[in-house]
Write a protein that binds this ligand. Structure first.
Ligand SMILES: Cc1ncc(COP(=O)(O)O)c(C=O)c1O
Length: 394
C-alpha cells in the first residue's frame, strides 16, 4: 500500500523499538537486563486503583461533557498550590498521556514550515511530532560539552522564523535539570522574542539532591500568555498504562486543542480520570511520590557511580527523571563481540548481543556520543546489567 509522504518521513520511536526487541529476546528465554524503558517499575498506588474501580462500579462508563468533570479543576488547584500558576479549569485540557497533549498542541499551533526550537539531546518524539504537524524542527545543540543545557544566546540567535521553543526540565534523556536562575535567564531571552514556549514538566516530581523545580511560566508575569505547560500522571504516579496527561495554558490555545480532540479522540477514559483525580487530591499521594522519588535517587546515584567506574565511560550525575546518559564514545573504533562499534547504535547493538543488556542509542535523542540507561529497574538488575557492561568493556 502506498503510504503518505508525511508518515514515511517519521521514524518509529527508538525507545519503543529497543524495548520490543528486549522483550522478544526475553520471550525466547534469553536473560536480558532491560534498561530501555521509560517507565517507573512501581505499581500504581492502591488508592488510585480503588478510585477507578469505584467509578466503574458507579457506572462512570459513558461519554461525559468534560466541563462537568472535576479533574480539570483539581489540576488547576495543583498548579496554583505547587507551581505558582493561576489558571482557570477551562485553561486545562486532559489528554491521552502527556505525549498526546504535546502532539495535539503542535497540531493546533503549527502552520506548514513553522520552526520549532528543540534543544538536543531531546526526547525522541519532539522532532517527529513537529514533522507530523508540518513544522520544521530546528535543533539547538547542547551536547556533552555544554553540560546538556542550552544558553539564552542560542535562543536569541535561532529565534528568527521560529514559532515555538521546547523546554524539558528535568530532561529525558539526560536527567539534567535547569536551575531556577538558568530558567529565569532563558525566560528573559524568550521575552525578547515572539517565541511560544512548550514547557514539558512531566518529570517535575522526580528531582534529586539539592535540585529545585520551578515551572517555567511562573518565572515572569508575561510568560503565562505565551507558555503551555505539559504534564501527566505516567511518571509521577506510575500510571503509564492509564494514558493520562494534560496541558495548561492560554485559553485560546487550550480551546483549539479541545476542538481538535473533539474530532480526534474525544476525551480520555472516564474511570481512568477518576484515578487521576485521586492522585491529585488524596492525602496519601505525596507519601507515595516521595517513596518512589527517594528510591530513584538512590538508584540513580548508584548507577552513575558505577558507570563512572567503568573504563572510558563518563556520566553526569542525574538531578532528575530516571535516566543515566553516559558518554561512551571513547569506545568507538573498537570491535566488541562481532560488532565494529562506530556509533551509539553500534554500541547498543553490541550491548544487547554481547552483554544481553538493552539500552537506547543516543542518536535517537540527537547525541551520538551517549547511550541512555533507565534506572527504573531494581538495584539487583542495575548491578547485574552494569557488571555485564563492565565486563564487555574490560
Ligand atoms: C519528556 C517526556 N515528555 C512526555 C512524555 C509522555 O509520557 P506519557 O505520554 O506517558 O504521559 C514522556 C514519556 O516518556 C517523556 O519522557
Amino acid at each position: 500500500m502506498k503510504l503518505s509522504k508525511r508518515i514515511q518521513a517519521v521514524q518509529e520511536s527508538a525507545t519503543i523499538a529497543i524495548t520490543s526487541r528486549a522483550r522478544q529476546m526475553k520471550d525466547e528465554g534469553i536473560d536480558v537486563v532491560a534498561f530501555g524503558a521509560g517507565e517507573p517499575d512501581f505499581d500504581t498506588p492502591q488508592f488510585i486503583k480503588d478510585a477507578a474501580k469505584a467509578a466503574l462500579d458507579a457506572g462512570d462508563t459513558k461519554y461525559t461533557p468534560r466541563s462537568a468533570r472535576p479533574l480539570a479543576k483539581a489540576i488547576a488547584d495543583k498548579l496554583a498550590r505547587e507551581n505558582s500558576l493561576n489558571v482557570a479549569p477551562e485553561q486545562v485540557v486532559v489528554t491521552f498521556g502527556g505525549k498526546h497533549a504535546l502532539y495535539a498542541a503542535f497540531q493546533a499551533l503549527l502552520d506548514e514550515g513553522d520552526g520549532v526550537l528543540i534543544p538536543a539531546p531531546y526526547w525522541v518524539s519532539y522532532p517527529e511530532m513537529v514533522r507530523l504537524a508540518g513544522g520544521r524542527p530546528v535543533i539547538l545543540p547542547a551536547g556533552v560539552e555544554s553540560g546538556f543545557k542550552i544558553t539564552p544566546k542560542q535562543v536569541l540567535d535561532a529565534a528568527r522564523g521560529a514559532k515555538i521553543l521546547v523546554l524539558n526540565s528535568p530532561s529525558n534523556p539526560t536527567s539534567v535539570t535547569y536551575s531556577p536562575q538558568e530558567l529565569a535567564d532563558l525566560a528573559q531571552a524568550v521575552l525578547k522574542t515572539d517565541l511560544i514556549v512548550f514547557s514539558d514538566e512531566i518529570y517535575e516530581k522526580l528531582i534529586y539532591g539539592r535540585t529545585k523545580f520551578v515551572s517555567f511560566a511562573s518565572l515572569d508575569s508575561r510568560l503565562p500568555d505565551r507558555t503551555i505547560t505539559f504534564n501527566g500522571l505516567s511518571k509521577t504516579y506510575s500510571m503509564t498504562g492509564w494514558r493520562l496527561g494534560w496541558a495548561a495554558g492560554p485559553k485560546d490555545a487550550i480551546a483549539a486543542i479541545k476542538r481538535q480532540m473533539s474530532h480526534e479522540t474525544t476525551d480520555p477514559v472516564s474511570f481512568a480520570e477518576a484515578g487521576a483525580l485521586a492522585a491529585y487530591t488524596d492525602p496519601q499521594a505525596p507519601a507515595f511520590v516521595e517513596k518512589m522519588r527517594a528510591e530513584f535517587e538512590r538508584r540513580g546515584q548508584h548507577m552513575a557511580k558505577r558507570l563512572n567506574a567503568i573504563k572510558g565511560v563518563k556520566c553526569v550525575e542525574p538531578t532528575g527523571a530516571f535516566y543515566c546518559f553516559p558518554d561512551v564514545s571513547s569506545h568507538y573504533g573498537r570491535k566488541i563481540g562481532t560488532v565494529e562499534v562506530k556509533s551509539s547504535a553500534d554500541f547498543a547493538k553490541a550491548a544487547l548481543e554481547t552483554a544481553r543488556v538493552a539500552l537506547v542509542p543516543g542518536d535517537a535523542f540527537g547525541e551520538d556520543k551517549c547511550v541512555r540507561l533507565s534506572f527504573a529497574a531494581s538495584m539487583q538488575q542495575i548491578d547485574k546489567g552494569l557488571d555485564r557492561i563492565q565486563q564487555m568493556l574490560a
